[in-house]
Each structure stands twice: as C-alpha cells, then as structure tokens.
Ligand binder design. Sequence first.
Ligand SMILES: Nc1ncnc2c1ncn2[C@@H]1O[C@H](COP(=O)(O)OP(=O)(O)OP(=O)(O)O)[C@@H](O)[C@H]1O
Ligand SMILES: [Mg+2]
Length: 269
Amino acid sequence: MNTQEFYTNMKTEQDKIRENIQKIKNRIVVFSGKGGVGKTMMTINLAYELSKKHKVGILDSDVTAPNIPKMLKIKDELRVKDEKIIPVEHKGVRIVSSGFMAKENDAIIWMGPLRSKLINQFLSDVNWQDTEYLLADLPPGTGDEVLTITQSMKPNIAIIITTPQEVSLGDARRAIAMAKKMNIPHIYLIENMSYLKCPNCGAKIDLFGEGNTRKLSEETGVELIGEIPLDIKVRKGTDEGKIGVLEFEESEFSQKIKKATEKILEVSQ
Ligand SMILES: Nc1ncnc2c1ncn2[C@@H]1O[C@H](COP(=O)(O)OP(=O)(O)OP(=O)(O)O)[C@@H](O)[C@H]1O
Ligand SMILES: [Mg+2]
C-alpha cells in the first residue's frame, strides 16, 4: 500500500464510522481520569435506567479489560449477519464488548494499534438498529486511546465520573479539559462513592471527603448531576450480576441514578 492508498483507506473507515454511528442520535461517552472510580458501574446503571423508556446500547471500549460482560455475568458471543456485527442483547440492552470474542485470539488481537482498529470496527460494523442512546465505557485516563475513540464517536454528551478524593478530582479536571477541548456540547460530572449510609443506624458517612466535586463543578462550570452513595446491597448484587436500578429500584443509589438520567434526557436529541 502506498501513502496515498493508506490515507484513502483511512478516510473510508472514518466515513463508514460516521455513517453508522450518526444514526444513533445520542452518543454518550463515560470517562474518568482515574481507574476504579466506578465508571463501568455508572455506565451500566445509567444505561439500564434509560432503557426503561428508550432503546439503549452499551459499547465496552475497554478492549484490554472488558468489564461489562463480567459485571453483568454474561457469557455470550457476537454474531455476524449480513456483514454486520449483531450486539448481544441482555435484558433489553444491546451490548458490544471484546469480552464477547473468541478467547484464543486474545494475546494477538489486543496488541498495539489493532486495539483502535477493533474499536473502529465496533463503531462502523455493528448493526445498532434503532438504538437511541449509545453509552461508551471508555478505558481509564485521558490517553491516546480515549482520545481516538471520542473523536470517532463524536459524542453529544460526556459524563465524567469521579470520587470525592483529591487524586480522583485532579484526574477529573484533566478529563473535563479534554472534553471541553473536543467541543462536546454537554459535559456533566457524576460523583460516585459520595458517602456510605450505615446499614444499621442510617448515619451518613463521608468516606472520601465532602464537597470537593461541588467545588470542581463551580470552578469549571460543569454541572454535577449526581452524588451517588456507596451501597453495600447494590455492590453485593453486582457480584451476582444483578443491576442496581432494576433490582433495587427504591434504594437511594437507584433514585440518584434516575435523577442523573433526567438531566441527560433534558438535553437529548
Ligand atoms: N456506588 C457504588 N456502590 C457500591 N459499589 C460500587 C459503587 N461504585 C462502584 N462499586 C463497586 O466498585 C468496583 C469498581 O467499580 P468499577 O469496576 O465500575 O470501576 P471502573 O472505574 O470501571 O474501574 P476500571 O478503571 O478498572 O475500569 C466494582 O466492583 C463495583 O461493584
Ligand atoms: Mg471499568
């Protein structure tokens, strides 16, 4: 392949992505500067809450550590029909993840630039049918991979997950700067693990500090749409593949997720 052919190929790939992905009106990227703050947990619960009234898809774009199938306890495989990848459907939500691909290829497929190639394929070759909301669980950080996926997806909504801890907030600040630089029209913050409710006496325990994310929100002008508690019942459920907003609808955890989705619905297309 000569240089000219290389650039032409690249252009067609981007055209294909645009054509396929822009059929989905609401493209939401979920990122966090820091790992382990509950990005996957928030993506799943926001997606299933939205799916109560809308057609929703989840793109697990963490190719090297695909946690969505693990958290939902789904063992399934992607199928191909009419040259399109068919997402796995789980309780009404369409899901695409590298975790649904044949395991024996793991070591080869996930090396270097092939990772971005796979994500591009997920964006261009998946039959998302009439999906109205696509939520992408991005790898942690603000590195090249996150940047490339976001550029390809052209999201209209970005949700940045943080915890109240200083180290997480610093990373969230970087994520906000990145989202602003990319001109994503609607950027929101969600603070996860805001507090713990004592299961015995109901007292509110601020495990990681209080008010820090609100300060970051005021400083950056990015609206804070949820302060989600650490919920032991929900956590135990998650370990068995149960989804908080479906199985524990009355919990404070689920009610706050619902409030956050109302904000998303307000700016939806
Ligand atoms: N609000 C919460 N209440 C109870 N448990 C939670 C909550 N948020 C996250 N968890 C638990 O914390 C763990 C880490 O969350 P999760 O895997 O969603 O983080 P992550 O940001 O996606 O991590 P990574 O950067 O590795 O992808 C999970 O086991 C999840 O069950
Ligand atoms: Mg994750």
